[in-house]
Write a protein that binds this ligand. Sequence first.
Ligand SMILES: NC(=O)c1ccc[n+]([C@@H]2O[C@H](COP(=O)([O-])OP(=O)(O)OC[C@H]3O[C@@H](n4cnc5c(N)ncnc54)[C@H](O)[C@@H]3O)[C@@H](O)[C@H]2O)c1
Length: 301
Amino acid sequence: MLDHLQGKTAVITGAGSGFGLEFARLAALRGMRLVLLDVQVEPLAQVVTELKQGGAEVLPFELSVADAPAMQAMAQAVQAQWGAPHLVFNNAGVGTSGLLWEGSLADWNWVLGVNLMGVVHGVHCFVPMMLAAARSDPNWRGHVVNTASMAGLLNPPNMGIYNVSKHAVVSLSESLHHDLSLVTEQIGVSVLCPYFVPTGISSSGRLKPQAGLDETITTSQRVGQAMMNKAVQSGRVTAAQVAERTFEAVAQGEFYIYSHPQALASVRTRMEDILEARTPSDPFADKPQVRQMLSEQLRSA
Ligand SMILES: NC(=O)c1ccc[n+]([C@@H]2O[C@H](COP(=O)([O-])OP(=O)(O)OC[C@H]3O[C@@H](n4cnc5c(N)ncnc54)[C@H](O)[C@@H]3O)[C@@H](O)[C@H]2O)c1
């Protein structure tokens, strides 16, 4: 288990906002050296200034996690500077909503490129480096935390592209755990599955490569965006609390990390549907008004 963090290296993607920013603050508080990545220049510059002023050593990279060559070059620079990182947060992600068949192929490429391939790139770049460090020192410990979502365990309607990307991150994380456990006990894995938490996620549409181009927004996308804004902004658990829980979970070696354990009742129902071969239940069965409102708005469009 990775518990003593002082002087060790953390890599955090999506470090400019939300969970990534809070991971960076906590890692700095624990005396870690920080590799911070974000596609947004200004928020990245702000966190770098804040943490350097607090005395942290920071290596910033402005890049997209979807860009494989840029990620590879970043990983080589990290290795040259500080060696293998001990704690890797594959966290950068973007949100989208709308009926599955109405998302453009550009939307699919964007969301899967960031939410899934971003995590793939983080694993591909850093896990071999971490394994080499583990092999050369029996006391070396490392940990990978991938940010998925409750949408990686449930399939809420009108946000299918996001659901697909996050289910893939849960699968990747479980697979990584199983594969690593075949070869080492020195590297742990966790998957963070938050429910709605107030961050910048509901405004990530502006980061689309096609943002600002003449894109038609469908009714389902408009309604979904409004619902996502409301759900995210009315969340009461904070990103800082989720980050605290995540660091505790890493220290305890816990695999699944939840922000809202009460939302697991719907996961249980989904698992029972699978076991009983039942038609999938409504993931928002405890809030029937959500489904009704969505359905009314889509049918009247
Ligand atoms: N907030 C929630 O309710 C919630 C719920 C479940 C899962 N999540 C997940 O949490 C993770 C973090 O999101 P957040 O809620 O903190 O949102 P956020 O928008 O506040 O932070 C995400 C950060 O990722 C960065 N980013 C986006 N695309 C990138 C790219 N291509 N390359 C590098 N950086 C990029 C953004 O610039 C931003 O700084 C995401 O994976 C998201 O899907 C969030």
